[in-house]
Design a protein around this ligand. Structure first.
Ligand code: GAL
Length: 544
């Protein structure tokens, strides 16, 4: 058992220590970049074209989006999924488009697509390679985020293949040093001057300068706080952590500065040729006293994923800002789409890391599979919010052998759940009925409603009933019939009494069905015949 420099008693204590505020600082914040204030809408190459994409396909798809009114209907992103790039990074270490399929390069394609009225999305993985085993973002976050921002990319999907988990172990720190870059260490603070919390503990080692080091900063259970780190002027400093080497295993540490910015140290498995080692990162300090807290926030697999996605999210924001400054223009925010398939419960932390997070494994154009994805996502309604959305994956409307009823239900359910509407079919050969479904104005308006409140399933059964409030004092109600043709109904009082839906009590409601446009007045009950696998969606407005 590795104890990472801890005394045996401290190790026992750790087993019984609750996750401290160490991890909470990373859960609490909300990812805001001014993008995706309503669920993003667009098209992605993956569902139909997989690894077979090139610039011609993208340009033809963009033209189709223009010609068949999809841009006008609100579809604004055109997203290159996996396999847009070459297996070689360029001589500066930057990703580059597939050299023969995108011969003019991705920046050129982005310009052309922008000129056609579309924003461009791109894809990578929070791993050493993508799911198609091409070079990816882990350990290249800053460079890659900057490359994409410089190309003018405005949507970024970040997968989870080839992920490497962050170590829960922390290094053994015996002092920290601070100096402006290019100067010899100006200030060194010994570990004995740190306040220690949780399992963090001073341990003796006579061989070290000062004779002590801090152990127990591991696994979100201990923290060392250096208060009064005094520097003469505000600015960017090099923070060096001086550590006692230990063990052939990786370690991780975060230095949290004045509670508002942090830097990270990824420490490889250590060879014991020397007793000590130095690791450096930049930190922004203010003039006078600063507080630097050291800890490893990673206790679980989910913490690791969260910290990595948060880091990429931060890099994207910084890159968008930097490029805007360099080019003297407004910031083009990059929608950050987290795609770790729901394995680490991203609905619990996704809003602190990005704009949307996949809640399920990959969608397929198979009805049973689709229903399984819906089943999982519909339960997570409480986690979606304006700017940060559950993502039950891209649309399969028009793909496979889905029937017209199934296509309609798929689209309507996604709209009810405030899901991103990313088309996944071949737009160049789109059938009229499919186009009609995905351009249904009323449904799109439900999906894009400014309140951003996803539907709750208020009744589960052979027919599900979903309901949600909309802006302008209106409500949307969806009858989704999973079995044979039947009459579905709900008392309006049930919707009024529901603490989430809170339908306004009224003597009567104006009621419009969005597929047929049929209007009626209802009083105490909403009723309809619904075909097998089909759905009906109503917009209710209380009569004054
Ligand atoms: C999967 C992802 C898909 C697609 C694919 C590309 O992990 O869920 O949506 O992006 O990788 O290889």
């Amino acid at each position: 058992m590795r104890r990472n420099g801890m005394c045996p008693l401290c190790y026992l204590k750790k087993l019984f220590t609750r996750r401290s505020d160490v991890t909470d600082v990373f859960y609490d914040k909300k990812y805001e970049n001014g993008a995706a204030l309503t669920p993003p809408m667009g098209w992605s190459s993956w569902n139909t074209f997989r690894n077979n994409i090139d610039d011609k396909l993208l340009l033809e798809t963009a033209q189709a989006m223009k010609d068949n009114g999809l841009i006008e209907a609100g579809y604004e992103y055109i997203n290159l999924d996996d396999c847009w790039h070459s297996s070689m990074r360029d001589e500066d270490g930057k990703l580059q488009g597939d050299l023969t399929r995108f011969p003019a390069g991705i920046p050129d394609l982005v310009k052309k697509l922008n000129a056609m009225g579309l924003k461009v999305g791109i894809y990578s993985s929070n791993g050493t390679f993508t799911c198609e085993d091409l070079p990816a973002g882990l350990h290249h976050e800053k460079t890659d985020a900057y490359t994409f921002a410089k190309w003018g990319v405005e949507y970024f999907k970040y997968d989870f293949c080839h992920n490497e988990r962050i170590s829960k172990y922390a290094p053994l720190v015996y002092s920290i040093s601070l100096a402006p870059a290019g100067e010899r260490d100006a200030l060194t603070v010994s570990c004995e001057d740190a306040l220690l919390y949780g399992t963090a503990k001073l341990m003796p080692d006579k061989r070290l300068p000062g004779g002590m080091y801090i152990s127990g900063l591991d696994g979100a259970s201990g923290k060392a706080v250096f208060k009064n780190v005094v520097v003469p002027k505000a600015g960017r400093y090099v923070l060096t952590i001086n550590i006692l080497k230990k063990g052939f295993y990786e370690k991780f540490l975060i230095a949290y500065v004045n509670g508002d910015n942090y830097c990270r140290f990824e420490i490889p498995s250590q060879k014991p040729f020397n007793l000590t080692a130095r690791y450096q990162a930049f930190v922004d300090l203010k003039e006078g006293a600063n507080t630097i807290s050291l800890f490893n926030p990673v206790a679980t697999r989910a913490d690791s994923a969260m910290i990595q996605y948060q880091y990429m999210g931060q890099m994207l924001k910084e890159a968008a800002q930097r490029v805007a400054e360099e080019e003297g223009r407004e910031v083009k925010p990059i929608v950050f789409s987290i795609c770790e398939w729901g394995v680490n419960k991203p609905w619990k932390w996704g809003a602190s890391a990005g704009n949307l997070w996949r809640t399920t494994m990959d969608i397929r154009p198979w009805w049973q599979w689709m229903k399984m994805i819906y089943e999982r996502n519909v339960k997570l309604y409480k986690y979606s919010q304006k700017g940060n959305w559950n993502d039950p994956d891209m649309l399969e409307v028009g793909n496979g052998s889905l029937t017209p009823e199934q296509n309609r239900s798929h689209f309507a359910l996604w709209c009810m759940m405030c899901s991103p509407l990313i088309l996944g079919n071949d737009l160049r050969v789109m059938k009229e009925d499919v186009l009609k479904i995905v351009t249904n104005k009323k449904l799109i308006a439900i999906d894009q409603d400014e309140l951003g409140i996803p539907a709750k399933r208020v009744k589960k059964g052979a027919a599900d009933i979903l309901a949600r409030p909309l802006s302008g004092g209106r409500w949307a109600v969806c009858f989704f019939n999973k079995g044979g043709r039947r009459e579905v109904s709900i008392d309006t009082e049930k919707l009024c009494a529901d603490g989430y839906v809170k339908l306004e009590r009224a003597k009567a409601y104006d009621c419009e069905e969005v597929w047929s446009g049929k209007r009626e007045k209802i009083t105490t009950s909403l009723k309809a015949q619904v075909e097998k696998n089909d759905c009906k969606v109503f917009i209710l407005a209380p009569q004054k």
